[in-house]
Design a protein around this ligand. Structure first.
Ligand SMILES: Nc1ncnc2c1ncn2[C@@H]1O[C@H](COP(=O)(O)OP(=O)(O)OP(=O)(O)O)[C@@H](O)[C@H]1O
Length: 624
């Protein structure tokens, strides 16, 4: 089970603002509503700032003059201001709620589309939980930021500036005292930002790792139970949750420290301003009403200042979520790389080998599959090791079925994955009927080459949808024919026939049933080239014989490469290629290789007990 395969980026010092600005293309379509929402919130805040001025009027007017008749209009004004504030805040929420849901949908759509188009090599590197958390939790964080913190970062900053200006108009000496904590607070928030952004990044990555563990545990629950490994898994889970807990506590600690200062220092300054204000009133240098108005204004500014802590914290988390989102979106697609040969950076590949391919001498309409000097290494392979495939030369004639045999780990599956370009060859050329696979569009390539893997993957959809994935436009007759070819008669006995939902990953079916559906999917499109990776491995002897019989028909009309682990599969093929040490060591018929290749004999002998001797080794063979 891979542990945190995702390449965690160095927690480099990054600019929160620059990260958040990358959200602009998504926020652009709703910029007008955002502006109206900011405007509404600003008006509401300013309405709140007018309250202290009215209070000052009340104190210096009706109260000082004992003129209660002048009181009702001022109280009515206070009421109107309060209602205005509440109404504007409500409007702000309504204006933004729906379009922001649209922004989130657009972002999630882009992420999903990118994930579908990114090469397998990318998915090999990234833990599924990391991608899952980016598509869910990070998305939510970014939407929430646009809904609330973004608006209030703007509104609260402007309110603070307006309130400060107001305090200066009321009494500049008291305003200076109240502003004393500004400089140390600015320094502190800068330090907080640096510490918090590192912790936020760590927490979000740890969340992703945790999602991977949960996903693996749920999908692998049968194995965990069968091997009694649930405790070990629970232990691993606990370790990761504790790590996440420590990070969250660190975040909470940082925020608590900031908050203590953000709340404490202004309170202290306000206390000093109050004392100074009382002194000034006592010496008739300030009216009581102005002091009340000043203090009310200062108190009204408490929220914009105190909210700074969590607004900054949230902005940081949103910036981290944005970084994580764009890490996936910035991954180059195969067409965007420096060329088909450039992705893996192969040591030992030559420019000549990687250059435009030269089709074989008999290249043309019916050349079959031709691999010339094909090399491959996985991007994460140790740099000092040799390439996995080190110059594969193989020609599968048109209409021929070639079995591919080799020791476990020799690279058979990898080689088959190069044909439909699930991985890019790091050098050399692969041609289909004379055309280089790199020159064929991916859509066309997927139509030409059909694949059935050893591990049959099905989706939570109906049998029909799963099979027709191999040929989306095919009609019911092709579906029936493909199911018949794959000997998938069991489908008729399912509760709703081909319309039966197969459950997540097809786990409601047996291994053999899944494999037959995967086979049906591979042949339903009547592909010109078929790649089968040990497609019979999970079948019982009886079903295997039936599928083999049907496959012979299919193989008769296509050009096929079939990875074979046992003699019964090898016997489906016209010729056999032996893969060893990264090269094709020998090619010939089963009989020829039994005579000429010691390695082939060795490979086949491991399974010899499973098939009749006569089927393997002819009379008079030296191996008898
Ligand atoms: N995604 C990957 N990243 C890095 N290395 C990989 C990856 N997939 C496979 N390998 C390595 O490449 C080698 C060849 O693997 P491959 O699956 O092609 O072998 P195989 O011949 O099909 O084996 P088997 O007969 O057991 O199915 C192995 O050493 C494997 O560990």
């Amino acid at each position: 089970m891979p542990e945190n395969r995702t390449p965690t980026p160095a927690p480099a010092r990054r600019s929160t603002v620059r990260s958040l600005l990358r959200l602009w293309p998504y926020a652009r379509p709703i910029r007008l509503r955002l502006a109206v929402s900011v405007g509404a919130a600003l008006l509401a805040s300013f309405a709140l700032l007018l309250v202290p001025m009215v209070l000052g009027r009340i104190v210096d007017g009706p109260i000082a003059d004992h003129d209660l008749g002048a009181l009702p209009p001022l109280i009515a004004l206070l009421l109107v201001l309060g209602l205005l504030e509440a109404g504007l805040f409500y409007a702000r929420r309504v204006i933004l709620a729906r379009p922001l849901a649209g922004v989130e949908t657009a972002m999630r759509g882009d992420l999903f589309a990118r994930l579908q188009r990114l090469p397998i090599a990318f998915h090999d590197r990234w833990g599924s939980g990391q991608l899952l958390s980016r598509a869910t939790a990070d998305m939510y964080t970014m939407r929430l930021f646009l809904t609330f913190p973004l608006v209030f970062l703007i509104v609260n900053s402007l309110t603070f500036l307006a309130g400060t200006a107001l305090m200066f108009t009321q009494d500049w000496r008291l305003a200076l005292i109240a502003l004393l904590p500004a400089a140390p607070l600015m320094l502190l928030t800068r330090r907080f930002e640096v510490g918090y952004s590192g912790a936020a990044r760590r927490a979000q990555d740890q969340n992703g790792d945790l999602a991977t563990v949960i996903e693996e545990s749920v999908l692998g629950i049968r194995i965990l139970k069968a091997f009694g490994r649930h405790r070990a898994m629970a232990e691993r889970f606990r370790g990761q949750t504790h790590a996440l807990r420590r990070t969250e506590l660190r975040k909470a600690g940082l925020l608590a420290n900031l908050w203590a200062v953000i709340v404490g220092l202004p309170e202290l300054a306000l206390g000093c301003a109050l004392a100074a204000g009382c002194y000034l009133v006592a010496h008739d240098e300030l009216s009581t009403g102005t002091l009340v108005a000043f203090l009310s204004t200062a108190l009204a500014l408490r929220w914009p200042v105190e909210s700074l802590g969590w607004l900054l914290a949230y902005a940081n988390e949103a910036a981290t979520a944005t970084d994580r989102f764009f890490e996936v979106l910035d991954e180059p697609l195969p067409g965007e790389t420096t060329g088909a040969t450039g992705t893996a950076g192969t040591a030992g590949t030559t420019g000549a080998a990687a250059a435009a391919p030269t089709p074989g001498p008999d290249a043309g309409a019916r050349d079959g599959i031709r691999l010339t000097g094909v090399r491959f290494r996985y991007p994460d392979a140790p740099p000092d090791g040799p390439d996995l495939l080190r110059g594969i030369d193989l020609h599968i004639r048109s209409g021929e079925t070639m079995a591919l045999v080799g020791a476990t780990g020799s690279g058979k599956t990898t080689l088959t994955a190069l044909l439909p370009r699930l991985y890019e060859a790091t050098a050399g050329a692969i041609t289909l009927d004379g055309r280089d696979v790199r020159e064929v569009s991916r859509e066309r390539l997927r139509e030409l080459v059909s694949v059935a893997f050893e591990e049959p993957t099905l989706f939570s959809a109906t049998v029909r949808e799963n099979v027709l994935m191999g040929a989306p436009g095919a009609g019911p007759e092709r579906l029936t024919a493909a199911l018949a070819t794959a000997q998938a008669g069991f489908v008729e006995k399912l509760p709703e026939g081909v319309e039966t939902e197969v459950g997540e990953q097809g786990l409601s079916l047996s291994g053999g049933q899944r494999q037959r559906l995967a086979l049906a999917r591979a042949v339903v499109g009547d592909p010109e080239f078929l790649v089968l990776d040990d497609p019979l491995s999970a079948l019982d002897v009886h079903t295997e014989a039936l599928v083999e019989q049907a496959l012979r028909q299919v193989l008769g009309s296509t050009t096929a490469l079939v990875v074979a682990h046992r003699p019964s599969t090898v016997l489906l093929a016209d010729r056999v290629a032996v893969l060893a040490d990264g090269r094709i060591e020998a090619v010939g018929t089963h009989q020829e290789l039994l005579h000429s290749s010691a390695r082939y004999r060795e490979l086949m002998s491991g399974e010899a007990a499973l098939v009749p001797e006569a089927a393997l080794v002819p009379e008079g063979s030296p191996t008898r």
